[in-house]
Structure formats: C-alpha cells, structure tokens
Ligand binder design. Structure first.
Ligand code: AMP
Ligand code: GLY
Length: 420
C-alpha cells in the first residue's frame, strides 16, 4: 500500500515511522511533512485540498491519514471522501468535538458525561459580570482551535478579566477566542486515551500522560506538550468506568443524531476524587502522546486504519508491548513565546546504536543539500525511549537526550517523574 500522512509535526513523524515498519506499506508520503522524515517518506507540498487530491491520484496513494485538527476542522475528510479516497479522520461536523469547546461541552452535558460545570459567552460584558460572582480558581478557554494555548487558569478576578479581554476583545487567538467557555477548576491528575472507531464500534488504546506546561513541576505556560509517557498504570483500573461514562454515551448520542464519527477520538481526562472527568475531546491522535503510544503498539497500524475504514473495528484486536515508553520534547528556549530559529542540530551517532530509542523531528529545516538539520520552530524534535520499567525508560530517554544538541535547546527534566 502507498500511504499519505497529512501534517508535519512530531505526531506525524511517529505515524510515518510506524508505517515505514509495516510490511504492508510499500511507500510512505507526507504532506507537507518535514525534512526530518526524508529517509522514510516522500514529501509532497501542501497547497490546497484540490492539489492534495491531484497528488493522491498521480501517486496512486491507497490511504490517507490526517494528523492535525486544523485540516480536519476545515473538512479535508469530507473533501477526500466525496472523491472516494479512503481517509482516516472524522468529518468537519464530527471534528467539532475539538474545533468548538462550546459544542463539546454541550454534548457532554446532553449525554451526562462527567465534565467541569461551565458557562459560555460571546459578550465580554456578560463574561465579566459572571466572573464577578464566580469561585476561584476558574478556567477560561477559547472556544476554537488555539494550538493548546487557549486555556487560562485564573486565580482571581483581575487575571480572569485580563484573559477575557485578551481573548474576546484583543482577539489574541483570532476568532477562536471571540466565544469563550468559563469552567469550574477541577483538582486531580491527568491522563488521556484514544478510541479507534468506525462509527459503530470502538477500541481503546492504552492510557498515556502528557506534560502540557513549559516548566518542571507543571509550572509556567501551557504548550502543545513537552513530553509524555505510556502506559499510565494509574488510569488502567478506570477503563470500564471510562468506557461507560466517557465513550459509550457520546458515540451512542452521536449515532442517534446521525453524526457518524469515524476515525480517532482522544479523551483528555482529569482523575478527581469523584472519578474521571473529561477536560477535552480531540478529533485525532495527541501530540506528543502518539510518540509514546505508537512505539508500544504491536498490532500493525495499517490494520487499525483498514478496520476503521472498512467498519470492522469489532474484529480488531489491539496488542501492546509490555514495555514503557517515555517521550521528551526538545524545544527552542523561549517557546511558547518568542524564540530563535536556524540553529544547527547535532546528533551523536551513538544515539542510533541504542536499542529502543526513536528520534522524531518536528519543526526542522534544511539550509543546503547536506543532511544537516536546523531548528525551525518551537517544538523542534522529541525522542522516545522504551524499557522494561518506567524508571528505566526515563533514564534511557534522558541519557539519549544528552547526545542531541542545538543552541538554546530546552527540555523538561521531570518527564514521567512527577507521577500522579
Ligand atoms: P484543555 O486544552 O481543555 O485540555 O486544557 C489544557 C490544560 O488546562 C489541561 O490539560 C489541564 O491541565 C488544564 N485544565 C483545563 N481545564 C481544566 C479544569 N476544568 N480544571 C483544571 N484544569 C484544567
Ligand atoms: N497532547 C494534547 C493534544 O494533542 O492536544
């Protein structure tokens, strides 16, 4: 099979790597991809859905996997499906579970899915009135897509009001913040899980835990994710409860509404004293959770995609390695705010000799025809280490990270260390 992965980040690098190991895949394409994937994938420019479709036809691509939420929320799946291209991902309408937090919260409320109490606003004045009487801390979220950065936890009225002004008046996240959700602050530890679903049945993956804040100890600004590990053993005992309270009611409800959700659904949860509550649904694999979860998958990823596409999920058997995976993201110092680009990345070749270490590039560029890669964004690369215990994976991942250098390289030193 010839498979096209749409997207260009660390998650897509991990999907490309996984596909390149499948005996069923003869060629992997990535669009736009990144130059760190060149050994495994042929890169196709991404200009428009129409151009992508033409490339699919010209290259005789058999299957398309869409990584990022942006394209899904713009309807790439609708566009390609109408043209009979097998594509993994939900339609624009189904992807609203991620592209509108108000819609997602209303669905959770409708189907009694445990989630924080909330209110939504399109008027800054109404929102400011509401926060005068609210309990603190509270959480303010831009309704639309904001690359993981549109969430503010406010400790007092002043912080909340500033966040509202930035989102709703100054449009710091563009139109994504013109409408906001204000919700109750929940206390607990976080974990996430993916469902592979064909619209009728679904199968859940192992759990993982992302580290969203920029600084050690879960401090500082929210980012697109600074590292992850899997499996998250703490969450395993909740699997049945989560099926019953988080996935079944949603999928049953969507079906009744006539919305077919086919693809991957991510549930980001917080495990409180009262059990797991949904923080967010995403309409795709998580980044960087994918970089920790896919290396543990023993089932061929192509079999999963085919089961989604041919509506055979009920026959799918997911098998997992019994190892642990730790993924650490290396970013440019200054991310998620301002940072420099164009720094040479050096990797000591010893890294490639360590068994069970995978290096995934994200924001990288070339300056010439050599193999040299340079930093080209906030989250530059990540690496995953696999070992028999979580502690061994942590040690292995950090010693492998010592073999990678670029000027102003920054990464958290406590990934998977602050468990709970
Ligand atoms: P989200 O994009 O909705 O997952 O939010 C990003 C991060 O903000 C989450 O991973 C949590 O750490 C935090 N967060 C979001 N909503 C809440 C909440 N209601 N209570 C506590 N923390 C939250
Ligand atoms: N890791 C969180 C996300 O992918 O949204």
């Amino acid at each position: 099979m010839k498979v096209l992965v749409i997207g260009n980040g660390g998650r897509e690098s991990a999907i490309v790597r996984t596909l390149s190991k499948s005996s069923k895949v003869s060629q992997v394409f990535a669009s736009p991809g990144n130059v760190g994937m060149l050994k495994e994938a042929k890169l196709l420019e991404f200009k428009s859905f129409q151009d992508t479709y033409n490339e699919i036809v010209n290259n005789r691509i058999d299957l398309v996997i869409v990584g990022p939420e942006q394209y899904l929320s713009e309807g790439i799946v609708d566009y390609l499906s109408e043209r009979k291209v097998p594509v993994i991902g939900p339609t624009k309408q189904a992807a609203m579970l991620e592209s509108s937090k108000v819609y997602a919260k209303e669905q959770m409320q409708r189907y009694n899915i445990p989630t924080a109490e909330f209110a939504s606003f399109t008027s800054l004045k109404d929102a400011q009135n509401y926060i005068k009487k609210a309990k603190y801390p509270l959480v303010i979220k831009a309704d639309g897509l904001a690359a993981g950065k549109g969430v503010v936890i406010a400790d007092n009225y002043e912080q909340a009001s500033n966040a509202l002004v930035q989102m709703m008046d100054e449009l710091a996240f563009g139109n994504a913040g013109a409408r906001v959700v204000i919700e109750e602050y929940l206390v607990g530890w976080e974990g996430s899980v993916f469902a592979f679903t064909d619209g009728d049945d679904y199968k859940l993956t192992i759990f993982s835990q992302d580290h969203k804040r920029i600084l050690d100890g879960d401090l500082g600004a929210n980012t697109g994710g600074m590292g992850a590990y899997a499996p998250l053993d703490l969450a395993a005992p909740y699997i049945q409860e989560i099926e019953k309270s988080v996935f079944q009611p949603l999928f049953n409800g969507l079906k009744k509404e006539g919305v077919k959700y086919q693809g991957i659904l991510y549930a980001g949860m917080i495990f409180t004293e009262k059990g797991p509550y949904v923080l967010e649904y995403n309409c795709r694999l998580g980044d960087p959770e994918t970089q920790a979860v896919l290396p543990l998958l023993k089932t061929d990823f192509i079999d999963i995609c085919e089961a989604i596409d041919s509506e055979q999920i009920r026959h799918l058997n997911l098998e997992w390695s019994d190892q642990y995976a730790v993924n650490i993201v290396a970013a440019s110092q200054g991310y998620p705010d301002k940072y420099d680009k164009g720094k040479l990345i050096t990797v000591d070749p010893k890294l490639y000799d360590i068994e069970g270490v995978e290096l995934f590039y994200a924001n990288v560029a070339k300056k010439d025809n050599s193999d040299n890669l340079y930093t080209d964004g906030g989250r530059v690369l990540s690496l995953t280490a696999l070992a028999e215990s979580l502690d061994d994976s942590i040690v292995k991942a950090y010693s492998a990270m010592d073999l990678i250098h670029f000027e102003n390289m920054y990464y958290r030193k406590d990934i998977a260390r602050n468990r709970s």
